[in-house]
Design a protein around this ligand. Structure first.
Ligand code: PSV
Ligand code: MN
Ligand code: MN
Length: 431
């Protein structure tokens, strides 16, 4: 397998930090042993954990107001894969990449697959895009795509999703994620029921094109770009559609797609209970679909989500396998650093949730001891598992401190040289 940053450099970095890590790991192991927890078990679980990276996350994001590109941004999907490979090399937690079409279109999908495999990467769910018009496109999505009144527009949007499945097949993906921006900005603009009927009829055609071993993820979002009535606005609608479409249709929970203060972990529990939890787009938010770095605003919520996932895994065993992906927009940080840190934060929540004493929790719940029930969760949440995560990385060939190692490697400066910013583009990456 080829690595982008030299193995010696990573080894050198690790050697400098190894003694400190060993001491921290031993101390944590002793503390956990007193609680009846085997640290080795947790480290092995952390090594097995994976969260996919979104191809669109390695470029600088933007807002409705502006985009300020960073240095050395990837200019095509092959360069995006190089950046994804760095993230996985150092974290050893992100072997999957989620592509987005047509943004990641290539004439040579076989070469793309080969490149991915040479870096030890695979392709996770593919994402379709019918929320923007592309150059040369025959029918506009201004008034909707899968729900459009115009049958030809719907047919075009359906065909795009089918093309995504075809591309995904060549790449080895096993799922299609469908997020649409369709909806209404004015009361009366849509017949609310009619729009959902058109959605379901379009989705049935896409569903029919899914290979036998594929899943289809329906991603809901409260609002934006439709500000009055978004067609797939909530998990209830998503669930009803997944249920109607069939076994291969599941619901995808993007953490930023709910009203502030929504109890997202309860949504997770409900979807898991009824076998419709397809997967996640992890990110964090303060106000809406902010796409901030995972765990940067509300790490406790992330932990509570993983607490529900741990409970579901215990109940359902190996059959319970939701897809984990990041979906973030990086405006003021180096995207590689943000994605590495976010993957580690998601992995942290996963490990902390493994530490919850579920027997004690059940006893407290049955005794209606609300305080001790909450304390049982808090005990796991308050435990700093950084040494476990770092040890898992080292054992898998990653870096003890991914961001420190990445900065020392000079990768961004090399990328800036190899991928010069286009002259005349505003905010062209000169810092
Ligand atoms: C739009 O809200 C969005 O952020 C959704 O979360 C999608 O998953 C993502 O864009 C990529 O299409
Ligand atoms: Mn998303
Ligand atoms: Mn979003």
């Amino acid at each position: 397998m080829s690595t982008i940053i030299s193995g010696e450099r990573v080894a050198e970095h690790n050697a400098q930090l190894r003694a400190g890590l060993d001491a921290d790991y031993e101390a944590l192991g002793g503390m956990l042993a007193r609680r009846g927890i085997d640290i080795e078990h947790l480290t092995a679980a952390a090594q097995d954990f994976a969260v996919a990276v979104p191809s669109w996350g390695v470029g600088t994001g933007g807002t409705r107001f502006a985009r300020f590109p960073g240095r050395g941004e990837p200019r095509n999907v092959f360069e995006k894969m190089d950046d994804c490979a760095v993230i996985h090399q150092l974290t050893q937690a992100t072997p999957g990449v989620s592509l987005h079409f047509p943004w990641d279109r290539t004439d040579d999908p076989k070469a793309l697959r080969q490149q991915a495999e040479s870096h030890g990467l695979y392709f996770d769910a593919v994402n379709s895009n019918t929320f923007q018009d592309q150059p040369g496109q025959q029918h506009s999505y201004k008034y909707g795509s899968l729900t459009a009144q115009n049958a030809a527009t719907r047919a075009q949007a359906i065909q795009h999703n089918i093309d995504c499945i075809e591309l995904g097949r060549t790449l080895g993906s096993k799922a299609l994620t469908v997020w649409i921006g369709d909806g209404a900005n004015f009361p009366g603009q849509h017949n609310l029921r009619g729009a959902l009927e058109r959605y379901l009829s379009s989705m049935r055609e896409i569903y029919a094109a899914l290979p036998a071993d594929w899943l289809m993820f329906i991603e809901h979002k409260l609002f934006e770009p439709a500000f009055y009535a978004t067609t797939i606005a909530d998990w209830g609608t998503s669930f009803a559609c997944a249920q109607t479409l069939g076994e291969k249709a599941r619901c995808l929970v993007d953490l930023g797609h709910h009203a502030p203060n929504t109890n997202i972990e309860m949504i997770v529990a409900r979807l898991a209970q009824f076998g419709k939890l397809g997967g996640f787009h992890f990110n964090d938010s303060k106000y809406g679909d902010d796409d901030l770095d995972s765990g940067s605003i509300n790490p406790f919520q992330l932990f509570l989500v993983f607490n529900e996932l741990a409970d579901a895994a215990q109940r359902d065993g190996a059959a319970f396998k939701p897809a984990y992906m990041l979906d973030q927009s990086h405006n003021v940080t180096d995207p590689i650093e943000s994605l590495m840190s976010s993957a580690v934060e998601v992995q942290r929540a996963f490990v902390q949730a493994q530490m919850v004493d579920r027997v004690a929790l059940r006893v407290h719940q049955e005794a209606n001891d609300a305080l001790q029930s909450a304390q049982t969760l808090k005990q796991a949440y308050r435990t700093d598992v950084s040494a476990i995560l770092a040890m898992a990385r080292v054992r898998s060939g990653g870096a003890i401190d991914p961001v420190g190692c990445y900065r020392a490697s000079g990768y961004r400066a090399q990328a800036a040289e190899a991928r010069p910013a286009k002259a005349g583009v505003s905010g062209s990456g000169i810092v």
